[in-house]
Design a protein around this ligand. Structure first.
Ligand code: UD1
Length: 422
């Protein structure tokens, strides 16, 4: 297993291009299953999770090819010859469950493996299943698989989610595009990835309104067509690299950065003493003064502070002046990076869903272990600001969600390299 070696060496200055959003792309790709015409995605990120979704779609009979420099994904689901999403692929990546809605809507049947455990909590799929049942599907759970059937097709319905779920909203939205009649999704997720998916589905001929608000209305159509769609900017990659000059000093311009994608994240950066300025190409980020100040953070659905930036924000607050409290409200057990940051000299105490971070003047390099995707990048951020060398192990997590991390950070002056496993 590869590791990443970082030598903390002060301020970062330069330009970082932000890729297309992993999470948007993972929802857009299954939309190909809804149509027998080609769907082409541009600005797709080059990540191992995208390769996993490619393998899953190919296993169902879809053609998926990457073109040009790898940013264009051409897909066609003209001939679907398998309606079973196998455990071996689904267990690797929870987003695989997003094929359920499109398969049911297009073919009236689907067999999808349950995703199984996950490092950041139980993460059930009950809301996805509730949505499919509301649309008229019969479900049977056998031997770790959901067997779903909609004889005579799906029917429009009111789907009222008890809690906000990004994935369940996406599954329901895709399924409803081909259901007979009107569907209303209440308490829908409002994340930019949902808006991006709705925009793409509309290009394919779907009738959707209200995306980005808590109520989405879909009028089912008989068939969807092909389309070409650019994947929205990755707000989590953007937020992560915005934190690099915040934690190390210097000034970094993020190409393609958009403040409207960041919700309350920008407010918290401002309160901590980080300046964000829009430019023609994106945005520039730097500290307003010297050391950043402590701020309290609560993770919430969009436009609240994203759970996917909580670990990275903790790395920043580990060196802030004062005591910060971070509250994780989306996923239980998502503080596994805290003990690793403590190995680097941070002072973080975790009690249930709260972490109390007492800022220290300086972190120190150490050997640490990545436990999940966002945790791994938080350790890299901390290492950039630490004294001495840090070796981050198990970086395969990182490759799921960040393309060319070493290249992007080295271009701004960071001393960072990948150390292949012996
Ligand atoms: C997506 C993102 C993930 C992000 C998360 C929250 C993708 C591929 N992943 O994950 O990076 O951290 O949104 O912004 O887009 N829940 C249930 N039952 C369900 C579904 C969810 O109880 O059927 C719960 C979850 O356990 C969690 C909360 O709902 O506590 C929100 O999860 P959800 O928004 O569904 O996350 P994902 O779509 O899996």
């Amino acid at each position: 297993m590869d590791s990443i070696l970082v030598r903390g060496n002060g301020p970062l200055n330069g330009v970082i291009p932000i890729a297309g959003a992993k999470n948007a792309c993972l929802a857009l790709m299954p939309a190909t299953l809804l149509s027998d015409e080609p769907l082409t995605l541009t600005n797709a990120p080059r990540l191992s999770d995208i390769r996993t979704m490619t393998l899953l779609l190919q296993s169902l009979g879809a053609e998926v090819t990457g073109l040009q420099d790898g940013k264009v994904l051409a897909m066609s689901s003209h001939d679907l010859n398998n309606l079973t999403a196998d455990y071996d692929i689904v267990r690797k990546m929870r987003a695989s469950f997003l094929v359920l809605g499109p398969l049911l809507a297009r073919a009236g049947r689907a067999v999808v493996s349950l995703p199984g455990g996950c490092a950041i909590g139980a993460r059930p799929v009950d809301l996805h299943l509730k949505a499919m049942e509301a649309l008229g599907a019969d479900l049977d759970l056998r031997e770790g698989y959901v067997h779903a059937e909609a004889k005579g097709g799906l029917k429009g319905a009111v789907i009222d989610f008890p809690i906000v779920s990004v994935g369940a909203t996406e599954n329901a939205l895709m399924a409803a595009t081909l259901a007979k009649g009107t569907t209303e999704i209440r308490n829908a997720a409002r994340e930019p990835e949902i808006v991006d998916l709705a925009q793409c589905l509309r290009k394919m001929g779907a009738q959707i309104e209200g995306e980005g608000s808590p109520t989405i209305r879909i009028e089912g159509v008989d068939r969807l067509t092909g389309a070409t769609h650019p994947v929205v900017t990755d707000r989590i990659e953007l937020g992560t690299y915005m934190l690099a000059p915040a934690i190390c000093g210097g000034e970094v311009e993020l190409l393609g950065g958009r403040i409207d994608l960041l919700g309350r994240f920008c407010e918290k950066l401002d309160a901590a003493g980080v300046s964000v300025e829009e430019t023609e190409r994106g945005m520039k980020v730097k500290r307003k003064n010297g050391r950043v100040s402590a701020v309290d953070v609560v993770t919430e659905p969009f436009p609240g502070f994203p759970t996917d930036l909580q670990a990275q924000m903790m790395a920043l607050l580990a060196t802030a002046d004062g005591v910060s409290v971070l509250e994780e409200r989306i996923f239980e057990n998502r503080f596994m990076h805290a003990p690793e940051l403590n190995r680097m000299g941070a002072q973080i105490e975790v009690h249930g869903g709260h972490a109390t971070v007492t800022g220290v003047e300086k972190l120190r390099g150490a050997r640490v272990m990545a436990t999940d995707l966002r945790a791994s990048v938080s350790l890299i951020l901390a290492a950039l600001a630490a004294e001495g060398e840090t070796l981050v192990g198990r970086v395969y997590h990182l490759d799921r969600g960040y393309e060319r991390v070493e290249e992007k950070l080295s271009a701004c002056g960071a001393l960072i390299e990948r150390v292949p496993s012996p």
